[in-house]
Structure formats: structure tokens, C-alpha cells
Write a protein that binds this ligand. Structure first.
Ligand code: MIG
Length: 788
């Protein structure tokens, strides 16, 4: 497209103004601004308008950055904006530009006359180098490394999206136009903040060219200089906002179905979980809970909903209700009436009448979530509904999806957004984000001190601020099980730590083996929900007989035992944006084999999960990165930096623990908050050194934002003759709930001699199991344990 008549590239640029942190330039085609927000975060804006519109971003949260030293050099050939970490150079003659790091290594570069506009469409084209790989890109199907593919950013209802079904599928429900480039062991990121349609050819048509094009809007590129993955994802999540802590129960197992059609069935499911002693925290109510698909209602099949929800709550179940954006166009429907009174709906092209489109409720109108008043109204509607006892909200169909072409709102529909009138085409990808924002607001309005739990199908960069993301309508196929790993890893790298795929697969019917394998894998992913389609056979953990049920029970229970480890990872993600589920390359970036691994992953730094992804398989090859790794089940030790074969009969998920890991586990329970964690089993795996950041808070309220938490570092260090485990003094204002640490020393060969704060204490040694146990009374002050 860049060769067409209307192509107007940047060229013959002149420096207009030098600001302290930015340079502004002009040419015939456009205005240009180059700025530094942080040493390792540079920005290029290009607009074809007469001035930079004060249009604010839907993605960017951090708008004001503390000034860093920036040097601007201008000659008659080029302008350079430089920080301590790197620089951006733009050639005046032809608009060629490049981003380099402090060692002058080129991170991104565009040749001359490749950046500009063809009518409405902004584009640029970056040079790809040999061996460069591209990660991130939000929610995408296909392989982990996206090089060689075409990806489109246009939120869409992609029914059955496994790449084995749609090999050329380019877009899904969530659009995050953010990529991480991996060159020579170093990472750098690029984000084009533009919620209109974008198409990125990542080296498909031209092997060494990455072409980026947006249908509307400005070029607004952010460059993250890295060099570590943590630097890139950390900054990106600082820019776009981080995940607030969810209620702790949301880490538990959740059961869903399209749909549990009646109150009786929901209550039966709840009873079955308890009777079968399969832990479960939440039941999801899909669209059949509604009165003829009217949002925020319960229909006849759900009589006395308040009573039903209270009964569920007493048994430790939270109800999560689906909420679709479409409001049934029924003159008598109160939500519609109030929405109309506020003139709350997206307007049809031309801007006079409300747009009406067909969804589940039949003809429906679509709230204009880009408008603050509309979000406030929606929040109120949701809050009223929540007060019946609903614990969480499941925002579906918020791409938004409609049944008739173009399967979403027509591009010319009109939004009266916070930032002025815009066409739907300009903000399409932000619709779901803004719905989730309204939903979170509503949850806080109904219960200001309770942490909201929202999941969203659609989203844009920043969706983690409001909601967890599940990856929509996958299928009950082995291919889709396998594909969920790279998909969730890339989402995690794109700032969305709280994500998961429908366990068992949504479309079609699972087999018992598939469900068992999927439950094993997903027990180690952040969002842990089993869900299936209206036409699928039953998919609850017991739906395939006692063998599969036992496997599911075992792994679901194990998830609950890992709760403090997992919750600590959520707390870290909340503070720094570090993913919960991580590619091996997160911790072993210089190891290209680790970086390429996409059929295994890390949960935190210490657990390496190598799921079985093929039917009938009873073993698989596993790549272990540098260091020592232990088979979680057998205790066998392996040197890393090699592939090993792991046994994985039906009931075994190949799982490895990093040498030196401090792995806290708690007794099983029916639901997360069934009991306080007074006793914690701290498994100590032999190794050189490690750090466990122990974190507690009340798990439910917003008080953690005000310092109501308890944290301490537990470190392990091996000396020449002894291993020392130290608990730092507690930080934060909250007292700990832990009364006792039960220390489980793993893989010990002889009876150890243990001292706690210098005093000898006996350890109970079991030779056959190669473990030794002792109990340590918890105190808030430092504790030192020496093991010889
Ligand atoms: O058009 O609410 O992805 O999880 O069960 C289908 C019914 C609408 C799509 C969601 C799926 C949900 C289903 N929904």
C-alpha cells in the first residue's frame, strides 16, 4: 500500500522546536514529535493533522513521567534524542529512523520514505534481522514466536480459533499492538497505541520486513529499550497500568457451563463438588440465567435469586454472572428505559439514531462505554444487580460482537467519548476495555471495600487494570490444549498476568483423557476455569467416570495447596507487572533453547511445568535450563542445560522444581477462604540460593492498597558446610496469620542437624522418603535456620 499515489512519507523534515524532553519537526506530510519518557522508554508520534490533538490514550495510564536527562542533537542531516540508555535518530531528508541502545546496537530501524500516511492510513516498516524473534502481541493463535505471520488488531468474536482450524486466522478478541523483539539475547519492545484496526506483517511477505499499518489515527510508537524481558514488560505495564489484586478466592477452581439452565442444576453442581470433595470457589452463570437475555436480570428458571446466591455463599461458592453489552431493545425493559433517558447508546452512522444490532437478546442497543457518564450509569445498573449477591462479572461479547455483518458495530457508528466525538472504527479495540472499566467501577460501587472480580473476553492494552482475560471459544482438541501455552505466555508478556483458557475446551466435546490433561496443565495457569459449550457433553471433573475424576480432584487440590506460592506471584504481578506464568526465557534469556520453549512454562521462578499435550502419551522430552532441577514427584535430581525424558502416565503431570526453591504449601480445603493459613509447609529443595517473597493480606478488601499487608523475604543460601534459611523481619502493618512453619527438608540423605536462631532443634528424618521435618513457631522478627 505504501506505493500508492496517495503515499506521503516523512521527508524534507525541518526541526521546529526543541523542548527539554522532546524534539518537534514538520514536513509537508505530517508533524513529528520524538520524546523520552524514561531513559529506556522513547516515543515517536506522527500526525497528519495540523497539530497534535490533545486526544488522550485509552491504554496509557502513566501520563506524567519524572524528567530524565535527555540530550537533543540537531544537525542539518538528522535529529537525535538521546538518554543514558539509548537514542532515537531521524534523518531529515527521507524520514529514515532508528532506535539504538547505549552500546549502539540497533533495536528498531525503518528505511527512508517508509514512514508516513496513505490518506487515513499511517504506516511504517521495520527491518528484521537474521534470527530476530517476535513475542508478545497480546492474545494470538499460532506459535509462540510470531515472526513470519500476519497479525491483525481488530477485536472479533472468533468462534473456534485454534490455528489447526483456521491456520490463517489473524485476530482474536483482545488486541494488544505490542511486540517484543529478541535479537542476540537482548529484548526490546514496541507498542503502537492506536485502538483502530492495525495490520502487522511480521516478515511474511518480505522475510526481513515488519510492516505496520493502521487504518485510522496517528502513528504513536513507544520503544522499550530493555534489555531484559523484565525491563520491557515491566515498563509496558507501568505505562498501561498493572493488575489490581483480585479477591483471593478468584485463584481457586471455577466451574462454568453454557449454561447451567436452572437454579436446581446450579445447586446440584454445588452439592456435587462438596460431596465429591473437589475444591471449588466459583460457579459461573452463563446467559440462561437471564430473563430472555435481558442484562442484569434473573429469569423464571432462577426463582428467588437472592436466596439462591446466599445459599451458595454459605457453602463457599461465589456466583459469577455473565454480562453482555447489548441491552434488549424492549420498550418496557427498565435498563433500556434508563439508558435511553440518558442517551447512553452508541449512535448509528450519521449520529442521530441509536445503532440497533442483533445479539442474544434479539435487537439490542450498545452502551457507549467510551463516555464517563455512560460508564457511571452502567456501573449503577450492575451494582444494583450485584446487591442480590453476585460476586463477580463475566463480560462477554464485548468486542462488541453482533450476529449480522460486519459482526460488530459498523465503523461509522458514532461515539461521544470522553475525548470527543469519534467513529467506531477509531476506537473499536477500546470498547471492551471500557466496558470492563465500567464493570469494575460498578463492582466497587456496590461494595467499595471488596476487590472486584471481572473477567473480560475483549480488551486492548491495559485490560489488566480492570479484568482477567480468558481466551474465548477454544475447542476440545489436543491442538488447542497445546496452543493455550504460547497463547497465555504471550498474553502474559503483554501486560496481562491474570489469564487462562477454558479447561477441557469450549467447542465440541472433550474426552476424559483430554480433560485430565487440561486440568493438570491449567492448575498451573493464573485463571483456572472449566467451561464448555451448550452442545458439548458434560465436562465437570466427574463427567468421565472415577478415573478422570480422581486425576482432576488431585490436581485441583494441589492448586489449593500451592495457594501461598501463587498468591505471592499475584502480589508481585500487582507491584511490578511480572507475569505469573512465564516463558522459560523470562529467567534464562541468554539461552535460546529456553527462549524458544513453548510447550512448557514456568509458574514463578521455581516450578517448571511440562504438560503432556498428546493423546496416549506417557512420557515427553523436557528442556531444563541451567542449574539443578528436581522431579517434583520422584525427587530425582537433574543437571540443567539439557533435555531429559519425563514419565507422564495419565495421572502424572511432568513437573520440576528448581534447586534451592522454597516452596510454601498449605493443607487442602474445600474453597480458598475455608480456613486461615496458620500452618504452612515450607518445602526446602537443596540448592545454592533463592528468595521467596512471602506475602499475606486479608485476601478480600482494598486495604492492601493502604499498607495492610505482611511481607518478608525468606532466603536460602548454601555455604560450605551448612545451608542457611533466613526469614527477614516482617514488613507492612498487618500481623501474619501463620503460627507455624513446618519445614520439610527435601532430598536429604542423612539425619540433618538443625539450629533455629542458634538453638539445636530435633528434625524428624524419614530415610526412605529422604526428608526431614521440623516445626518452627512463627515470629515477626528475623528467624535463622541452619542446616548441616
Ligand atoms: O455467542 O454466552 O465466549 O464463553 O459461553 C456465544 C454464551 C456467546 C461466547 C463466550 C462463551 C459463552 C457464550 N458466548
Amino acid at each position: 500500500m505504501s506505493e500508492g499515489n496517495a503515499w506521503r512519507p516523512l521527508r524534507h523534515l525541518t526541526l521546529d522546536r526543541e523542548l527539554s524532553q522532546a524534539a518537534r519537526l514538520t514536513c509537508d506530510a505530517a508533524l513529528v514529535e520524538i520524546s523520552a519518557l524514561a531513559e529506556d522508554l522513547l516515543r515517536l508520534r506522527v500526525t497528519r493533522k495540523k497539530s497534535f490533538a490533545p486526544r488522550r490514550s485509552w491504554a496509557v495510564m502513566k501520563k506524567i513521567w519524572p524528567a530524565v536527562p535527555v540530550a537533543i542533537h540537531a544537525t542539518n542531516k538528522q535529529v537525535t534524542v538521546q538518554t543514558a540508555a539509548g537514542r532515537f535518530t531521524l534523518r531529515l531528508a527521507d524520514g529514515a529512523w532508528q532506535v539504538e541502545d547505549a552500546q549502539r546496537l540497533t533495536l528498531f530501524s525503518a528505511a527512508g520514505e517508509k514512514t508516513g500516511f496513505a490518506d487515513e492510513q499511517g504506516s511504517t516498516c521495520l527491518k528484521l534481522v537474521d534470527n530476530e524473534k517476535l513475542f508478545g502481541l497480546g492474545e494470538t493463535s499460532g506459535p509462540f514466536d510470531k515472526r513470519g505471520l500476519v497479525r491483525e488488531f481488530w477485536n472479533a468474536d472468533a468462534l473456534g480459533h485454534a490455528s489447526c482450524i483456521h491456520a490463517s486466522l489473524r485476530n482474536l478478541y483482545v488486541s494488544i499492538p505490542f511486540a517484543i523483539s529478541y535479537r542476540d539475547g537482548r529484548m526490546a519492545g514496541l507498542f503502537w497505541d492506536n485502538p483502530g484496526r492495525q495490520v502487522w506483517d511480521l516478515g511474511q511477505r518480505e522475510l526481513d520486513q515488519w510492516q505496520l499499518r493502521a487504518e485510522t489515527g496517528d502513528l504513536d510508537l513507544y520503544f522499550f529499550l530493555g534489555p531484559q524481558l523484565a525491563d520491557v514488560t515491566g515498563r509496558f505495564s507501568e505505562l498501561t497500568g498493572r493488575m489490581p489484586l483480585p479477591p483471593r478466592w478468584a485463584l481457586g477452581y471455577q466451574q462454568s457451563r453454557y449454561s447451567y439452565p436452572t437454579r436446581e442444576r446450579v445447586e446440584e453442581i454445588a452439592r456435587l463438588f462438596r460431596r465429591k470433595q473437589i475444591p471449588c470457589d466459583a460457579l459461573h452463570l452463563d446467559i440462561h440465567h437471564m430473563d430472555d437475555y435481558r442484562v442484569f436480570t434473573f429469569g423464571k428458571a432462577f426463582p428467588r435469586p437472592k436466596e439462591m446466591l446466599a445459599r451458595l455463599a454459605r457453602r463457599g461458592f461465589k456466583a459469577v454472572a455473565i454480562v453482555d453489552p447489548g441491552v434488549k431493545d424492549d420498550r418496557k425493559f427498565a435498563v433500556l428505559k434508563r439508558g435511553k433517558a440518558l442517551d447512553a447508546f452508541v449512535k448509528a452512522p450519521k449520529g442521530r439514531k441509536d445503532f440497533v444490532g442483533r445479539v442474544w437478546a434479539g435487537k439490542s442497543r450498545f452502551p457507549d462505554f467510551t463516555n464517563a457518564e455512560v460508564r457511571a450509569w452502567w456501573a449503577k445498573e450492575q451494582a444494583r444487580f450485584q446487591k442480590l449477591g453476585v460476586a463477580g462479572f463475566w463480560n462477554d461479547m464485548n468486542e462488541p460482537a453482533t450476529f449480522d455483518p460486519p459482526k460488530t458495530l459498523p465503523g461509522k457508528c458514532v461515539h461521544r467519548s470522553d475525548h470527543g466525538r469519534v467513529s467506531h472504527a477509531e476506537i473499536h479495540n477500546a470498547y471492551g476495555l471500557q466496558m470492563a472499566r465500567a464493570s469494575r467501577k460498578g463492582a466497587l460501587e456496590a461494595a467499595p471495600e471488596r476487590r472486584p472480580f471481572i473477567i473480560s473476553r475483549a480488551g486492548y492494552a491495559g485490560i489488566q487494570r480492570y479484568a482477567a482475560v480468558w481466551t474465548g471459544d477454544n475447542s476440545s482438541t489436543w491442538e488447542h490444549l497445546a496452543e493455550s501455552v504460547p497463547m497465555l505466555l504471550n498474553l502474559s508478556l503483554s501486560g496481562v498476568p491474570f489469564c487462562g483458557a477454558d479447561i477441557g475446551g469450549f467447542l465440541d466435546s472433550a474426552t476424559g483423557e483430554l480433560l485430565a490433561r487440561w486440568t493438570q496443565l491449567a492448575a498451573f495457569t493464573p485463571f483456572f476455569r472449566n467451561h464448555s459449550n451448550i452442545e458439548s457433553r458434560d465436562q465437570e471433573p466427574w463427567a468421565f467416570g472415577p478415573g478422570v475424576e480422581n486425576i482432576c480432584r488431585y490436581y485441583i487440590t494441589m492448586r489449593y495447596q500451592l495457594l501461598p506460592y501463587l498468591y505471592g506471584l499475584f502480589a508481585e504481578a500487582n507491584r511490578t507487572g511480572v507475569p505469573i506464568m512465564r516463558p522459560l526465557g523470562w529467567h534464562y534469556q541468554n539461552d535460546p533453547v529456553a527462549m524458544a520453549a513453548s510447550d512448557q512454562f514456568l509458574l514463578g521462578a521455581d516450578l517448571l511445568v511440562a504438560p503432556i499435550l498428546r493423546p496416549g502419551a506417557v512420557a515427553r522430552s523436557v528442556y531444563l535450563p541451567r542449574g539443578t532441577w528436581f522431579n517434583f514427584w520422584t525427587g530425582e535430581a537433574f543437571d540443567g542445560f539439557q533435555h531429559v525424558v519425563a514419565e507422564g502416565g495419565m495421572d502424572v503431570l511432568p513437573l520440576f522444581v528448581r534447586g534451592g526453591a522454597l516452596l510454601p504449601m498449605v493443607p487442602p480445603r474445600e474453597f480458598i477462604d475455608a480456613q486461615p493459613d496458620e500452618l504452612v509447609n515450607l518445602h526446602v529443595w537443596p540448592g545454592e540460593r533463592s528468595l521467596l517473597r512471602w506475602y499475606e493480606d486479608d485476601g478480600a478488601s482494598e486495604s492492601y492498597r493502604r499498607g495492610d499487608w505482611h511481607e518478608r523475604d525468606i532466603t536460602l543460601a548454601r555455604g560450605r558446610r551448612k545451608t542457611e534459611v533466613r526469614w527477614s523481619e516482617a514488613r507492612g502493618t498487618r500481623p501474619t496469620a501463620v503460627k507455624t512453619w513446618r519445614i520439610v527438608l527435601r532430598e536429604v540423605r542423612r539425619e540433618p542437624r538443625v539450629r533455629i536462631n542458634g538453638r539445636r532443634v530435633p528434625a524428624h528424618f524419614t530415610e526412605e522418603m529422604r526428608l526431614a521435618m521440623l516445626e518452627v513457631r512463627n515470629v515477626e522478627g528475623a528467624i535463622v535456620m541452619e542446616v548441616r
